[in-house]
Design a binder for this molecule. Sequence first.
Ligand code: HEM
Length: 307
Amino acid sequence: MNPDSQNVTDYTNNNTIFMVWSFKDNLEVRDTFNQVCSLLINLNNSANVRFPVSRASCVMGIGYDAWLRLGLPVPLPKELADFAPIIGDKHTAVSSKGDLHFHIRADNTSICYDMASAIADILAPVAISIEEIHGFRYWDSRSILGFVDGTENPHGQDREYFGILGDDDPVYKGGSYLFVQKYVHDLTAWKGLSTEQQEKVIGRSKSNDIEMADEVKPSNSHIALANVGDDFKIVRDNMPFGNMSTNEMGTYFIAYASTFTTVQKMLNNMFIGSPKGNYDRILDFSTPKTGSLFFVPTFNMIDDFSS
Ligand code: HEM
């Protein structure tokens, strides 16, 4: 593990707060950003000392527009850009704004809450919180759709290999691309399917999470289309969320990758289809409401920014 990288390769935890903030127009924001950088280092160090078994961490990603506005180093990370929507015949991966993304994880909601609150205290005068999702571990790591989510994630050293930039972009080595989408599920339609039909949508069995054999796995199942080959993987840590009063149940999709191209390949397969038109059946029950790309610098870079 690159000791300088933020905690992007950590394994999933029980509680998460995802926050997206956008800077207000026409304000000087660099001083505030510098304070956030110092705070981020402080929060992570402090959590390690105070709650070592909680595996608490906070990862910060920076969007393309913010990178320019803050006057961060140029050239930029090679693939950092505004996410361009992917428009399929039936479903669209929308693009949404966001300057800073925070991915807060802990086994305990109190730690997540305190980290989020400390960040909000600093940012609130100059930025607006445009998304805040409180994700939770649902049973044995299931999505709200009822299927285990995360099984085919890379393990061990592969997490670093697929999740963190290497020598391809030496200036930003140790950093990571971060892509997020907030999906809302149509649970009424989903629950209208039999378990067997749901399994064909995902490509795995529901109760015991076994992958279907290739001969029976539908070509438009989620895992058939999201699997783009053994050399192209990403580190996912999706979390379910649910709110009964707004009837908004969903999955916050989050991926860290050494190259955004891999995420793009998966999204193209899912939304455009492979072959074209054979899109991911999961999208008939799941609509992305957001979609943003960020870059996660190393702690050293964050430390440089803060001074
Ligand atoms: C696999 C759920 C969106 C990439 C899976 C699995 C589930 C799942 C249940 C099977 C278990 C596992 O290996 O993790 C979801 C849900 C989504 C979503 C509920 C949102 C509605 C996405 C997106 C991508 C993606 C947007 C990529 C951009 C993958 C990959 C796998 C996977 C790479 C492993 C495929 C394999 O090698 O078998 N997902 N997913 N997923 N998903 Fe998703």
